[in-house]
Design a binder for this molecule. Structure first.
Ligand SMILES: Cc1cc2nc3c(=O)[nH]c(=O)nc-3n(C[C@H](O)[C@H](O)[C@H](O)COP(=O)(O)O)c2cc1C
Length: 492
C-alpha cells in the first residue's frame, strides 16, 4: 500500500511550482480541515512532516489571529509569520490595532474584528488575507511537506480574500465543503494570474452579489501565484458529476464524505425523518455510488469513519486515493483544542460516557451538525439556557434584501427579537446555537462579556470514535498526530 507522497514545491520558479504541484503524487491521508482552528497550523504542520496532507482551517481565522495578538503573542510566532506578508502596510495597521504587549487582562473582552459585509474595504480584506497567509505560512515553515486549507462554502463573504491570502503563502490544496463550490476553480485560476477574482454571495429575497478581490491592490509587485489543487467535499455522486461536467467548475478531485463524519453533514435527501433519539435518518440515497464517482475519472478520497487501519485499507481497495480523517486528529494532543476541552473529551472517551449526536437545529447554517454532549457546553440544555443570545462574530450571518431595499444581515442565533424584526422566520430560531463563539471557546479563545459571562464551548466530533479510543488505551497521556499516522499506516 502506498504510504506517503513527496512534494518539494518551495524553491522552484512559479511555473515549475505549478507544474510540480499538478504532477505531484496524491496523499494517502488527508487530515481534515477542522474549524475553528481545531486543525491549526501546529497540527497540519505535524501531519505534513509525516508526508501526509496537513490541512488548516480558514474559518474565522482573522479573529483567531487578532485574539492571539491580544493575548500578547508570547513567543512572537505570529509576528514572525507576519513579517513575511508581502504587504507590510496591512501588517502595521493590524499590529497597531490589536497587538497588546504582555497580553490583555484575562477578564477583559477581546477587541472584535468588524463583522464582514458585502462591501469590503481594504482593511477588512487585508486582515482576512493576512490571517489566512499566517496560518498557512506557519504550517509550511521549516519543511517541504504539503499543506492545504479548508473553507466552508456556506460562509461566502470571506472566501475571495481568504483564498488570496492562503495562495500568497503558497498553499498546495484548497478544500471546500458545506455546499456546492462551483465558483472555486475559476477564483483560484484568476488569482493565480493576479487577476480580480470573485465569489457570488446569495442574498435572501434578492439577487446574488459578487464579492471580489483585486490582488494588484495588495501586492502589485507579484506577477503570479502558484495554483493550488482544489478538492471539493461532496456527499453524493450526482454532485461530483455536476461539478466535473464543466471546465469552469471542475475540481482536481473529490472528498466523498459519509454522514458519520464530524462537523456539518449534508442533510438527508428528501423529507427529514427522525429516529427515536431525535437524530435524522439517512438512507441509501444519501450514500455516494462509488462506481459513478470512479467513472468521473478524478481522484477521490473517502471520509467519515475512516480513522482506523482496516478502514484505510478498505478505502484503497474501493479505488480511493486514500482517506480524509477528522475525529482521530481532533482528539490527538496536537489539535487546537484547549487543554481543558481535550481533557473533557479524553475523560469521556476513557470512561465511555462521551455522547455524540447529530443535531439538525444547532447550526445557524441549517445543515445538521454533530455535537458532543459535555456539561456546561451549549450542546446541553443547561449550557444553552445559560447563554444570553448574542451574535457578534457574525460569520454565519446571511445578507437579506430588506423591505426598504437595503441589504441587512441576519443570523438565527442572534437575539430572537432582532432576527424577527429583520423578517426572519420564527421556526428558524428554535434550538439554534452560536457556533462562532462556542467554537472559539473550544480552542481557549473565549470572549469574556462585560457582565462576566465567559463564552461556553460547543464541540463537534464524528460519530465513530473507536480509533481514538484504541489509541488512548495505548497511550496514557494521549497520542500525537504522528503516532496516529504510524498506527493508521501500520508503521509502529
Ligand atoms: C472538530 C471537527 C471540526 C470540523 N470542521 C470542519 C470544517 O470546518 N470544514 C469541513 O469541511 N469539515 C470539517 N470537519 C470534517 C472533517 O474535515 C472530516 O471530513 C471528517 O471529520 C471526517 O470524518 P471523521 O470525523 O469520521 O474522521 C470537522 C470535523 C471535526 C471532527
Amino acid at each position: 500500500m502506498p504510504t506517503s507522497f513527496e512534494d518539494s514545491t518551495q524553491s522552484a520558479s512559479p511555473q515549475q511550482e505549478r507544474q510540480k504541484s499538478l504532477n505531484a503524487p496524491n496523499p494517502v491521508i488527508i487530515q481534515g480541515g477542522m474549524g475553528i482552528a481545531v486543525s491549526n497550523w501546529q497540527l497540519a504542520r505535524k501531519v505534513s512532516q509525516k508526508n501526509q496532507l496537513g490541512v488548516v482551517s480558514g474559518t474565522a481565522i482573522d479573529n483567531v489571529l487578532v485574539r492571539h495578538l491580544q493575548d500578547g503573542d508570547l513567543h512572537g510566532t505570529y509576528r514572525r509569520a507576519m513579517e513575511h506578508f508581502p504587504n507590510q502596510e496591512i501588517v502595521a495597521a493590524v499590529l497597531n490595532k490589536y497587538f497588546i504587549e504582555g497580553g490583555k487582562p484575562s477578564d477583559q473582552p477581546y477587541i472584535m474584528v468588524p463583522k464582514i459585509t458585502l462591501e469590503q474595504k481594504f482593511d477588512a480584506q487585508g486582515l482576512l488575507a493576512l490571517a489566512n497567509f499566517v496560518e498557512v505560512w506557519l504550517a509550511k515553515d521549516g519543511h517541504n511537506g504539503v499543506i492545504g486549507i479548508n473553507f466552508l462554502h456556506k460562509i461566502q463573504m470571506t472566501t475571495a480574500a481568504s483564498v488570496f491570502g492562503a495562495m500568497l503563502a503558497g498553499v498546495d490544496y484548497i478544500i471546500m465543503g458545506a455546499g456546492i463550490p462551483r465558483e472555486l476553480p475559476k477564483l483560484i485560476r484568476k488569482l493565480a494570474k493576479m487577476e480580480e477574482g470573485s465569489v457570488p454571495v446569495d442574498v435572501i429575497g434578492g439577487t446574488q452579489v459578487l464579492t471580489s478581490i483585486n490582488p494588484n491592490v495588495f501586492t502589485p509587485q507579484l506577477k503570479e501565484l502558484k495554483r493550488p489543487k482544489f478538492l471539493a467535499i461532496i456527499s453524493v455522486d450526482i454532485l461530483g458529476t455536476y461539478l466535473a461536467r464543466d471546465e469552469e467548475t471542475r475540481p482536481d478531485g473529490f472528498i466523498i464524505e459519509h454522514n458519520s463524519a464530524g462537523g456539518h453533514n449534508a442533510p438527508p435527501r428528501g423529507k427529514y425523518e427522525f429516529d427515536p433519539s431525535g437524530e435524522p435518518i439517512y438512507g441509501p440515497k444519501d450514500i455516494a455510488d462509488l462506481e459513478k464517482i470512479k467513472k468521473i475519472g478524478l481522484p477521490f478520497w473517502l471520509a467519515g469513519s475512516y480513522g482506523k487501519p482496516d478502514r484505510l485499507k478498505a478505502a484503497l481497495d474501493l479505488g480511493a486515493q486514500g482517506v480524509q480523517i477528522g475525529t482521530l486528529f481532533a482528539l490527538s494532543n496536537d489539535s487546537g483544542f484547549s487543554q481543558r476541552t481535550r481533557d473533557e473529551l479524553h475523560t469521556g472517551l476513557r470512561d465511555g460516557s462521551l455522547e455524540i449526536k447529530t443535531d439538525v437545529k444547532a447550526s445557524p447554517t441549517s445543515f445538521p451538525i454533530k455535537v458532543a454532549f459535555i456539561d456546561g457546553h451549549t450542546s446541553t440544555e443547561e449550557g444553552y439556557k445559560a447563554r444570553p443570545k448574542l451574535c457578534d462574530l457574525g460569520y454565519l450571518r446571511e445578507p437579506v434584501l430588506s423591505k426598504t431595499g437595503n441589504i441587512i444581515y441576519r443570523c438565527p442565533s442572534e437575539p430572537d427579537a432582532q432576527f424577527l424584526k429583520k423578517g426572519g422566520d420564527p421556526e428558524e430560531i428554535q434550538g439554534r446555537k452560536c457556533l462562532c463563539n462556542g467554537l472559539m471557546a473550544n480552542i481557549g479563545l473565549p470572549q469574556v462579556r462585560k457582565d462576566g459571562y465567559v463564552e461556553a464551548s460547543i464541540v463537534t466530533l464524528g460519530s465513530d470514535i473507536e480509533g481514538a479510543k484504541e489509541l488512548l488505551a495505548q497511550h496514557s497521556k494521549g497520542y500525537g498526530a504522528d503516532q496516529a499516522i504510524d498506527w493508521l499506516l501500520d508503521q509502529k
